[in-house]
Design a protein around this ligand. Structure first.
Ligand SMILES: [Fe+2]
Length: 186
């Protein structure tokens, strides 16, 4: 059966309204979707635009996101929970926390490596940066629990400094291409 992006959006919206645990309900929808990764790839291939907005309202924002090989994006927060369903490739989420003595700066506190098909939930307080050191692009469905473009949230530099209000132009400008031969994750 072919993946239907509109039907996926409808299922996420219904799950979000379905009861007392909308995050887990949406997680189940995303889990089922990425278990049929080959069907998603026919409709949303791991090539082309880095971000495709599939849906946005006051209570949900849904993107298809690609992370190409060797790119590292800067640390940022969402200010809302997100369900991430990777359906092609692998990526790494580097996790950060604000310093206790300098609330505007962050330090790395962990990492999560994910490979398709896999679903991850990040809570609303999480600060993360995404990178991909693998040869293939990573492709994922992101379901945010709010209107992401209206959310006031922060972005840092790759040097873990320079907190500023998130905007897409700065986000892409602060990304860097890793030198994969020499780069090592902490
Ligand atoms: Fe993010």
């Amino acid at each position: 059966m072919e993946f239907d992006a509109d039907s996926f959006v409808s299922q996420c919206r219904a799950a979000n309204r379905s009861g007392t645990d909308p995050i887990n309900a949406v997680r189940d929808v995303v889990d089922e979707a990425v278990s049929r990764a080959a069907e998603i790839l026919q409709v949303l291939p791991a090539s082309g635009e880095e971000e495709i907005l599939l849906y946005q309202s006051s209570d949900l924002t849904i993107y298809r996101v690609l992370v190409f090989q060797g790119l590292q994006y800067p640390p940022h927060e969402h200010g809302m929970p997100v369900v991430l369903g990777i359906y092609a490739g692998c990526e790494t989420n580097l996790l950060y926390a604000r310093l206790k003595d300098d609330h505007h700066r962050v330090k790395q506190i962990g990492r999560i490596d994910v490979g398709a098909p896999q679903v991850t939930v990040l809570e609303d307080h999480v600060i993360h940066a995404v990178t991909n050191s693998h040869p293939e692009p990573a492709a994922a469905l992101h379901v945010y629990f709010g209107n992401l473009s209206l959310q006031k949230r922060s972005l840092w530099t790759l040097d873990l400094d320079g907190e500023q209000q998130f905007d897409l132009q700065s986000y892409f400008a602060r990304a860097r291409l890793l030198e994969l031969a020499t780069y090592r994750y902490k």
